[in-house]
Design a protein around this ligand. Structure first.
Ligand code: FMN
Length: 223
């Protein structure tokens, strides 16, 4: 698989097969993704990669946590800016509606949508997962480095036949996850990521998200 194919076939997968993921393959991809660029070569990403009984334990813990009610832990960052503006607002709405349409869950089925959202916290049944942390003293430039790392990793996973879903929804339960992982005090949770083999029969995985036209996000001059 070349890079173009990896970029084109990477998508957020929200239903996985129970086929196990090799720890060796995962270790290799997580290591290689650290070849990503980072400002000043700070390499600010910190990863916790989970599978097996550890992941099963966490999923069980999350099920219990969610059963206590929908109240989140105190959060450390806002996922989106308040009052999101165009064209971002429309895109955000569109991806949600397209996904729920594939799942056959209309807007009126609030319970159904909540159930689907809760599947995030089972990593959509993926057999492997990771959490990406960053030292909370880091600034916006280092946060962009996290994105470089995560995208590189997702492409390397594609090359190995694996699929993924990055998940910032985990950032609403930082305390619950920290109790489980016991990360160093200075780390804050950015996101989780489900990792595994896509279920080819799951309608939700047929979602091909749209993109803004080139001239809306890029300006070319003199070329
Ligand atoms: C940092 C980050 C966090 C995300 N968080 C979630 C999430 O919590 N749950 C989810 O289902 N998808 C999540 N996504 C997936 C996005 O919805 C998805 O990337 C976007 O709609 C584009 O679709 P694609 O990944 O299939 O190309 C996240 C993506 C990124 C990059």
């Amino acid at each position: 698989m070349n890079v173009t194919e990896a970029v084109n076939t990477r998508r957020s997968v929200r239903a996985f097969l129970d086929t196990p993921v090799s720890g060796e393959v995962l270790r290799e991809a997580v290591a290689l993704a650290a070849r990503s660029a980072s400002g000043g070569n700070l390499q600010p990403w910190r990863l916790y990669v989970l599978g097996g009984d550890t992941l099963t334990d966490l999923k069980a813990r999350m099920q219990k946590r969610l059963a206590t009610g929908p109240t989140s832990d105190p959060t450390e960052y806002e996922i989106y800016p308040p009052d999101l503006w165009e064209p971002h607002r429309t895109e955000r709405y569109a991806v949600g509606e397209e996904m729920y349409a594939l799942l056959g869950t209309p807007r009126t089925d609030k319970a159904g949508r909540m159930r689907q959202f809760a599947r995030n916290f089972q990593f959509f049944d993926a057999p492997a997962a990771l959490f990406c942390y960053v030292d909370r003293r880091m600034g916006r430039p280092q946060w962009s480095d996290l994105g470089m790392y995560l995208q590189t990793l997702m492409l390397l996973l594609r090359e190995r036949g694996l699929d993924s879903c990055p998940q910032e929804c985990w950032s609403v339960y930082p305390k619950t996850i920290a109790e489980f992982l016991q990360p160093p005090e200075e780390l804050m949770l950015f996101c989780g990521m489900a990792i595994g083999y896509a279920d080819p029969d799951a309608p939700v995985n047929s979602l091909r998200t749209r993109r803004l036209p080139l001239d809306q996000f890029a300006t070319f001059r003199g070329i």
